[in-house]
Design a protein around this ligand. Structure first.
Ligand SMILES: [Fe+2]
Ligand SMILES: [Fe+2]
Length: 150
C-alpha cells in the first residue's frame, strides 16, 4: 500500500485539481520510497525540492480558481498553503537533517498535511465552486427565466 493513497473520496470533482493532487501524492510517495531505500541526502533534497516546486504550482492553480469563484475563505486557505511551503523551504534552506527537519519528520509532516488539507480545506472550496456552477445554470427569474412572459 502506498505511503499516501489517493482514493475517490478525495476527489474535489475538478479534473485538473484531482490530477494535480495525484501527482503531488506520487511525488511524496517517491520521496518516501527513496528514504526507505537509503538514498543520499543530496538525492532526498532533490526529491524534496521537486515536491516543493510542484506544490507551489498546485497552490497557485487552486488560488487562481478560488479567486475566480470569489471563494470567501481564500486568504485563510492561502495561509495554509504558505505554512506548507515555509516548513519545507526553511528546512531546505537552513537545517535539513537537523531536529524537526529530518527526512522522516518532513515525510510525516507532508503526509499529515496533505491528508488533512485535501480532505477538509480543498473540499470546502470545491463545494463552493460546485454551488456557484449549479446556480449559474439554474433558471433565473430574469429575462429568459421561467417568470418571463412574452
Ligand atoms: Fe490541493
Ligand atoms: Fe489547497
Amino acid at each position: 500500500m502506498p505511503y499516501l493513497d489517493w482514493t475517490d473520496a478525495m476527489s474535489v470533482h475538478v479534473a485538473d485539481i484531482d490530477d494535480q493532487h495525484k501527482v503531488l501524492f506520487s511525488l511524496i510517495n517517491n520521496l518516501n520510497y527513496s528514504l526507505k531505500k537509503g538514498k543520499t541526502t543530496g538525492e532526498l533534497r532533490l526529491g524534496l525540492l521537486k515536491t516543493l516546486s510542484y506544490a507551489v504550482l498546485h497552490f497557485r492553480t487552486e488560488e487562481n480558481l478560488m479567486r475566480k469563484y470569489d471563494y470567501p475563505d481564500t486568504d485563510d486557505h492561502m495561509t495554509e498553503h504558505a505554512k506548507f511551503v515555509r516548513r519545507l523551504k526553511d528546512c531546505l534552506d537552513h537545517s535539513y537533517g537537523s531536529a524537526g527537519c529530518q527526512p522522516k519528520d518532513l515525510m510525516d509532516f507532508m503526509r499529515t498535511w496533505a491528508l488533512e488539507h485535501e480532505l477538509k480545506l480543498d473540499h470546502k472550496y470545491a463545494d463552493h465552486i460546485a454551488v456557484k456552477n449549479k446556480s449559474q445554470f439554474e433558471p433565473s427569474s430574469g429575462p429568459g427565466g421561467p417568470d418571463h412572459v412574452g
